[in-house]
Design a protein around this ligand. Structure first.
Ligand code: C5P
Length: 407
């Protein structure tokens, strides 16, 4: 997937043991479609060789401000003008201190200082020992570089190379790639609070058995991620799924439809957009046995009675905030046939302005899908693509409708 296609990234390495992650980061950025120009400080070369970074980026690495390969001998100007973003990973305590002071006696800090700050963002991925991270000097310097326009990505908490444990680890290559993609995504949902349900629900029969379905949650998780990248504050209410939480998304794990309803109804009070992708079980056992129902060898089978689950989407869509237009509701319909007719009927029944249809058996558990958007103007198709791409397209469609409401 080419989420960084057309983007040119200057990847700067300063000195730190986390530099080993920068090799993987470089590879991931390229895989996402970016071109990558690596620049390394002298200290960085103690941890990672320019040979490795050149091989991975496919470009000679810049190491010195006196690099005569540049026709004008000004790599600090040329490299910073070409970039869509400069990402320093690892950003050492020393390098951050140099930025805070506006030092310019080696290429990497020089090109950060020389960058056109209004159009070339500077992102820092700090990496250091926990005491260095917590030191007032480092925190003061971080405050200064943020005031000066840099964007500081977080640090991870955990084992450190020195054997200590705490804050200051550099984020993983995958996380940094996600952060960069999010940073460069247009903020079409800035200031919006989006609530989304995803995955199946699990309706217990007894403590070890239950009724569920084949929803993987992938579409909902992809929408949560795309919405966060588009600037929304995202709350994800997830049924039992095996998916990692998208970065920057607040996740609430639930089991049953009733749990999901409680979480959704509560958080809908504060949301601007509600997207219901969850495959909520239609029925649950009328009673949940306290202990495991035993097979006693007599051949007798248990007779389960069912009751209907609450319709979460319908309840939220009929709430006063949704009815007054303060909360924009989006429903999903997983059908096995007659997608358009079923989606139109479901849109009317649920009372939502936008209903997204898809063919359930063709998409459950898969990485791609095709969507049919039904609203009061008719139907339009988002053709077969990865769920990641469809999620981005759907978020753009939602943003267009929500901004239309506000206008
Ligand atoms: O009625 P049906 O399950 O086909 O409707 C699907 C849509 O309604 C989805 O958006 C789903 O998340 C939502 N839904 C719900 N609560 C239910 C059943 C479905 O929110 N009990």
């Amino acid at each position: 997937m080419d989420q960084l296609s057309g983007k040119h990234i200057v990847l700067g390495l300063s000195g730190g043991v986390a530099a080993f992650k920068s090799a993987e980061l470089c590879r991931r950025l390229i895989k996402a479609g970016a071109t990558v120009q690596v620049v390394m400080t002298e200290a960085a070369q103690q941890f990672m060789t320019p040979v490795t970074m050149q091989a991975l980026s496919g470009r000679p690495v810049y190491l010195s401000q006196w690099d005569a390969r540049e026709h004008n001998n000004m790599p600090h100007i040329n490299l910073s003008r070409d970039a869509d973003a400069i990402l320093i990973a690892p950003a050492s305590a020393d390098f951050i201190a140099r930025l805070a002071q506006g030092r310019a006696d080696e290429l990497l800090s020089l090109l950060c200082l020389a960058r056109p700050a209004d159009r070339v963002p500077l992102l820092l991925a700090p990496a250091m020992n926990r005491e260095m991270w917590a030191h007032p000097a480092t925190q003061r310097n971080l405050g200064q570089v943020v005031d000066d326009g840099a964007h500081v990505l977080g640090v991870a908490h955990g084992d450190q190379a020195c054997g200590e444990f705490g804050d200051g680890r550099m984020l993983e290559a995958e996380e940094l790639t996600e952060e960069l993609i999010a940073f460069l995504t247009p903020k079409s949902l800035a200031g919006q609070r989006l609530l989304i349900t995803a995955g199946p629900t699990f309706e217990a029969i007894d403590p070890v058995r239950g009724i569920t379905n084949l929803s993987s949650g992938k579409m909902g998780f992809a929408i949560a991620r795309a919405a966060r990248e588009a600037g929304a504050e995202v709350t994800l209410v997830a049924g039992p799924v095996h998916l990692p939480t998208p970065r920057g998304v607040a996740r609430i794990d639930v089991q049953s439809a009733e749990d999901m309803r409680q979480a959704a109804v509560e958080h809908a009070q504060l949301a601007d957009i509600f997207v219901a992708t969850a495959a909520v079980a239609d029925w649950r056992p009328a009673e949940t046995a306290e202990h495991k129902i035993k097979k006693d060898g007599s051949g007798e089978v248990p007779h389960l009675a069912f009751v209907e689950n609450p319709d979460i989407l319908s309840e939220v869509a009929h709430s006063p905030r949704a009815q007054s237009g303060e909360l924009f509701c989006v429903g999903f319909a997983a059908e096995s046939q007659d997608l358009l007719a079923n989606a139109q009927a479901k849109r009317a029944r649920k009372g939502v302005p936008l209903l997204v249809g898809n063919i359930g058996p063709a998409t459950f558990g898969k990485d791609d899908n095709a969507l049919l958007l039904v609203d009061d103007e008719g139907a339009s198709e988002l053709p077969q693509a990865s769920k990641r791409v469809l999620a981005q397209q759907l978020v753009a469609e939602i943003a267009r409708r929500v901004s239309g409401l506000a206008a």
